[in-house]
Design a protein around this ligand. Structure first.
Ligand SMILES: CSC[C@H]1O[C@H](OP(=O)(O)O)[C@H](O)[C@@H]1O
Length: 367
C-alpha cells in the first residue's frame, strides 16, 4: 500500500490527519480555503511541498463548487483566497511560490468564468502530479551523487524531521533519497531523529521507514553527535528544506543547523534535498528568511494514546500530558538555517548544486 498524505478527486479533497499518526490513519475532509488554512496552521498537514499542494487543491475544490458571474469575479476570488492561505505558515516558500504562479495564471487566462476556473483547477492538479515525479528525480539525483561522492559500498544515513510521502504528494525529498539509496541496495541503515517538539521523526518518518521495511533506528535529537562519533559507517546526513536562499543558506526544521555543524566536525556529507519550488532566489541569504515561532504548548505538552499497565497501546483513548514545570518560559522556533558554507550539495529534481571553487552555489541555473 502506498502512503498517501493527500487524496484528491475533482471536487473533493481529503488529507491524512498527521496529528493522529502513527497510531490512527484517519483522512480529514477539506472543502475550501478555510479548512485548508486551519489544517495547515494546526499541522494536520505539514511539510513544505504538501502544504502548498493542499492549499492549491482546496481552492480548486472551492472554485468547482462556487458559481461566478464573470471571469474577473474568479480572478478576484482566487487572489483573495491565495493571499489568505499564504498567511497560514510563513517560512516554507513552496506555498507562496504556488500562490504566485496560480494567481498569475488566472490573471493571464482569457475567456469566461468557467474557462478561468478550469485553467486554475488544471494547474493545481498538475502541481500534485509534478511533485511526485520531482521527488523521484530528487531520489535518482541523490543516489547518483552519493555513488560519485561516497562510493559503491553500503553506508548509513541520518535524517531529521519528516520529508517523505507525508510531507509531499508522495515519495518524499530527503526521505526520497533514502528510499532510492535503499532501493539500489546501497543503504546499510537509516537513523531518524525524533525531532522535538512536534516529533515529526518519531511519529511520521519512523512510520514511513517501518511501512517501507527500511532498516532504521530512532534516536533523540541529543544523540546525533555521539552517534556520528561512534558510527563511522554514517557517511551522509540528508535533510529537507523549507526555503533555500539564493546563496544556498537553507531554512529547515529546528535542529538542522546543529546537524550541519556536527556533520562538518565528523567529516560527514551534509546534503539538502529540495525541489526547485523550495528555492527562493529573491531572498539573498538565510538572514532574510522569516522563522515561524510556534506556540509554547507544542513544547510543554505531548499527546498520544494511553499505554495501559501491561504496556499495551490503547488507540481508543488519547491523552495530553504536561511535561514541563508550570510557569517556565518557552522558546519554540519551528525552523533554523544551515549556512551554505556547511552544505555539501543541494539535490533538486533538475540536478545537484555544488559550490564552485570560491565556495559559492549558483542556484539560478536550476530555475
Ligand atoms: C519536504 S518537507 C520540508 C520541511 O517541512 C517540514 O517542516 P514542518 O513539519 O514544520 O512543516 C520540515 O522542515 C521539512 O524538512
Amino acid at each position: 500500500m502506498v502512503l498517501e498524505a493527500i487524496k484528491y478527486t475533482p471536487h473533493s479533497l481529503a488529507i491524512l490527519d498527521q496529528l493522529r499518526l502513527p497510531h490512527e490513519s484517519v483522512y480529514f475532509p477539506i472543502k475550501n480555503s478555510v479548512d485548508a488554512f486551519n489544517a495547515i496552521k494546526s499541522m494536520i498537514v505539514r511539510g513544505a511541498p504538501a502544504i502548498a499542494i493542499v492549499a492549491a487543491l482546496a481552492l480548486a475544490v472551492e472554485l468547482a463548487n462556487t458559481e461566478f458571474e464573470s471571469a474577473d469575479d474568479v480572478r478576484e476570488f482566487v487572489g483573495d483566497k491565495l493571499k489568505y492561505l499564504v498567511k497560514s505558515r510563513p517560512t516554507a516558500v513552496n506555498l507562496s511560490d504556488a500562490a504566485r504562479k496560480l494567481e498569475n495564471l488566472v490573471n493571464e487566462t482569457e475567456g469566461d468564468a468557467k474557462t478561468v476556473v478550469r485553467a486554475y483547477i488544471a494547474a493545481a492538479e498538475k502541481m500534485l502530479v509534478d511533485d511526485v515525479s520531482d521527488n523521484k528525480n530528487i531520489g535518482k539525483n541523490g543516489l547518483e551523487w552519493a555513488k560519485k561522492t561516497i562510493g559503491s559500498d553500503k553506508f548509513s544515513i541520518l535524517t531529521i524531521c519528516n520529508t517523505g510521502s507525508l510531507a509531499t504528494a508522495g515519495y518524499g525529498t530527503a526521505l526520497g533519497i533514502i528510499r532510492s539509496i535503499h532501493g539500489d541496495g546501497l543503504l546499510s541503515h537509516a537513523y531518524a531523529l525524533e525531532t522535538r517538539p512536534y516529533n515529526q521523526g518519531s511519529r511520521l518518518t519512523a512510520y514511513e521507514l517501518v511501512h517501507d521495511n527500511i532498516p532504521a533506528t530512532l534516536i533523540t535529537d541529543s544523540m546525533a553527535s555521539v552517534l556520528l562519533k561512534t558510527h563511522p559507517e554514517i557517511k551522509m546526513i540528508v535533510v529537507g528544506a523549507d526555503r533555500v536562499a539564493q546563496n544556498g543558506d537553507t531554512a529547515n526544521k529546528i535542529g538542522t543547523y546543529q546537524l550541519s555543524i556536527v556533520a562538518k566536525h565528523h567529516g560527514v556529507k551534509f546534503v539538502v534535498a529540495a525541489p526547485t519550488t523550495s528555492i527562493d532566489i529573491q531572498t539573498k541569504t538565510g538572514e532574510g528568511i522569516a522563522i515561524e515561532q510556534r506556540k509554547p504548548e507544542e513544547l510543554v505538552t505531548v499527546r498520544g494514546p494511553v499505554v495501559d499497565k501491561d504496556g499495551k497501546v490503547n488507540k481508543e483513548e488519547a491523552k495530553t500530558v504536561h511535561i514541563a514545570a508550570p510557569g517556565i518560559g518557552v522558546w519554540n522556533p519551528s525552523f533554523d538555517v544551515a549556512p551554505a558554507a556547511l552544505i555539501d550539495a543541494i539535490v533538486t529534481e533538475k540536478g545537484v548544486a555544488e559550490k564552485d571553487q570560491n565556495g559559492e552555489f549558483h542556484l539560478e541555473s536550476f530555475l
